[in-house]
Structure formats: structure tokens, C-alpha cells
Design a protein around this ligand. Structure first.
Ligand SMILES: Nc1nc2c(ncn2[C@@H]2O[C@H](COP(=O)(O)OP(=O)(O)OP(=O)(O)O)[C@@H](O)[C@H]2O)c(=O)[nH]1
Length: 290
């Protein structure tokens, strides 16, 4: 599958040369920077590979490709991408700034779970915009999930979360996905609201996952916007969306190393089936090519 974030095009020239030379290293560095690995990670990858090439006294670009693949895979696999969803119900809070693909992700995630035989209910705890609730309802339905809507516009988000979990417990639903607000007047208002949702939910049951949705096309900027969530929301996993429209495959590694939080899901399209788990081995195969 050709992906826009694959490095295989950028690396082609490099691996078709007969021997590893200065140009090889320049090309590698350019390719990594262009793919948004960031300068620190690029420097450390290049330094590590130079050391390996020296240690194994190789001049074969194919060896370098293998080493690059191993390095990236090893670094991506340092954090565990497994979702913890064994509690019943397993409550997942979905957080992130507006426009990153939160609603779509909840629908796709519901589909991902119902396809695997789990029952899902979505809680519309972003209660301010009626249109947003309706959009979420459409995606929940596509994903095969039921939905708990606010009883009136602007209902306290924590009470919607409460009602959703109560219903899940009553109806024996496996997984609860709570959609939270992405935009309020102030950051502290947003974080207070989220803290209240968490407090109320934790009285009912443990929170299984707090997933932060990030738009891969915005790269480092998007990360800066999401900083408050990373600092205050107790995020347990990242969901990268819009990777299909991004040339920034390196963001995947840089976001994980910068935040210390594992990527758990990846969105690569606008369709209901376009969300997958994150598998470093597969990702790196696609990134490096062949
Ligand atoms: N290409 C692509 N588009 C995506 C992906 N995920 C979401 N989108 C698109 O991104 C846009 C925003 O998605 P939403 O799910 O509405 O985002 P949101 O964060 O809920 O936005 P608000 O409702 O405004 O808060 C939509 O046009 C989606 O189709 C993805 O993985 N790939």
C-alpha cells in the first residue's frame, strides 16, 4: 500500500547507490527531517546508525536499510500500544482539541470494537453544540454503538458521563466511550470540566483509558495545542488521525518520544473502517518500504 508518509521515495536514491558514502548520510538526514522526525531524533538516529555501520564495517546500503528499520522499530516498541479494556464496563474518555477528528474517531473506534464482538455505548459529554451531538449520534450508529445524549443543551458534561455509565452497567454494555469538549473559553475552564467528569466517573468505576486524539497533519503544532491535556488529563494513550493526508510519518516517533505516551490507535481515512491498532513492525515496514 502506498502511503503519503512513506519514506521509501525519499530513500530510494540512497539505497540504489553502490556504497555508503557522505551523500548517503546527507540524504538520510534530509529524509528524516522532511518527514518530521525533528532534529534531535534525526541526529540521534543518524549517530546510532553511523556507529553501527562503523562497528560492523559495512559499506552496503542494504545493511543500512536493515539497521534503520531495526532502530525505528526498537524505538517505537519501547512503549506498549495495548489498549486496556478488560474492565466491564471499560470506560474510555476521548479528549483533544476541536477539529482533530474526535467525533469520527469515536465512530471508527466503536466499529473497531463491535467488529470484535464488544458492545459499545457512546456518551455525548460535549454538550454545548446540538449539531455536534447529532454528528456524534450519526457516527455512533455507523459504528454499531448506542448513544447517551444530553437531556438538554448545555447539560453538565459530568452528569451525561454519569448517566452513560449507569446505563452501561444496567444494560451490561462492555465499553463506554465518552466524548469530551475540545474547546471552552479558557484552558483552565476546560481542564476543570474534564477533572469534574473524571471525578464523577471514578466514583462509579475505574477509568480504563484516557485517549488523546491528535491530527498528524499538524505535527509539532498540534502537539503544542494539546499540551494542557497531556499535563492535566492523565492521558494513557494517543490516537493519531489523518495520517493518510500527512507526509509526516516521523511525527509518529517524535510524538511518542516527546510525550512518553504510547500511540494506541491510528486513523488513516474518513471511512468507518479506517482506524487500526498501532503495530510498530507494520508501521516501520510501510515507512521504510519493502
Ligand atoms: N483523511 C482523514 N480525514 C479524517 C480522519 N479523521 C477525521 N477526518 C476528517 O477530519 C474532519 C474533522 O473530523 P471530526 O471528527 O468532525 O473532528 P472533531 O475533532 O470531532 O471536530 P469538531 O466536531 O469540530 O470538534 C472531518 O472532515 C473528518 O472526515 C482521518 O483519519 N483521515
Amino acid at each position: 500500500m502506498a502511503t503519503p508518509w512513506s519514506l521509501s521515495g525519499a530513500l530510494k536514491g540512497m539505497f540504489s547507490r553502490k556504497t555508503i558514502d557522505d551523500e548517503t548520510w546527507d540524504d538520510l538526514e534530509d529524509a528524516l527531517i522532511t518527514a518530521d522526525f525533528g532534529s534531535d531524533i534525526t541526529d540521534s538516529i543518524v549517530a546510532e546508525l553511523r556507529e553501527n555501520v562503523r562497528k560492523y564495517s559495512t559499506t552496503d546500503p542494504e545493511d543500512l536499510r536493515r539497521m534503520l528499520r531495526e532502530t525505528l522499530e526498537e524505538r517505537l516498541a519501547r512503549l506498549d500500544p495495548t489498549l486496556t479494556l478488560s474492565a466491564r464496563p471499560a470506560v474510555v474518555l476521548v479528549v483533544g482539541v476541536n477539529g482533530v477528528g474526535k467525533t469520527t474517531t469515536i465512530g471508527k473506534f466503536a466499529k473497531f470494537l463491535t467488529t470484535r464482538g464488544r458492545t459499545v455505548i457512546v456518551g455525548a459529554a460535549d454538550t454545548f453544540r446540538a449539531a455536534a451531538v447529532e454528528q456524534l449520534a450519526t457516527w455512533a450508529e455507523r459504528g454499531g454503538a448506542s448513544i447517551q445524549k444530553p437531556q438538554q443543551q448545555g447539560q453538565d458534561p459530568a452528569s451525561v458521563a454519569f448517566q452513560t455509565i449507569e446505563r452501561a452497567q444496567r444494560e451490561g454494555v462492555d465499553i463506554v466511550l465518552i466524548d469530551t469538549a475540545g474547546r471552552l473559553q479558557t484552558k483552565s475552564g476546560l481542564m476543570d470540566e474534564l477533572a469534574k467528569v473524571k471525578r464523577v466517573v471514578e466514583k462509579q468505576t475505574e477509568i480504563a483509558e484516557v485517549l488523546l486524539v491528535l491530527d498528524a497533519t499538524t505535527g509539532q503544532n498540534g502537539l503544542a495545542q494539546a499540551e494542557a491535556f497531556i499535563e492535566h488529563a492523565g492521558v494513557t494513550g494517543l490516537v493519531l488521525t489523518k495520517l493518510d493526508g500527512s507526509a509526516k510519518g516521523g511525527f509518529v516517533l517524535s510524538v511518542q518520544e516527546k510525550t512518553g505516551i504510547p500511540i494506541k490507535l491510528v486513523g488513516q481515512g474518513e471511512g468507518i473502517n479506517d482506524l487500526t491498532g498501532f503495530t510498530p513492525h507494520v508501521f516501520v515496514q510501510n515507512l521504510i518500504g519493502r
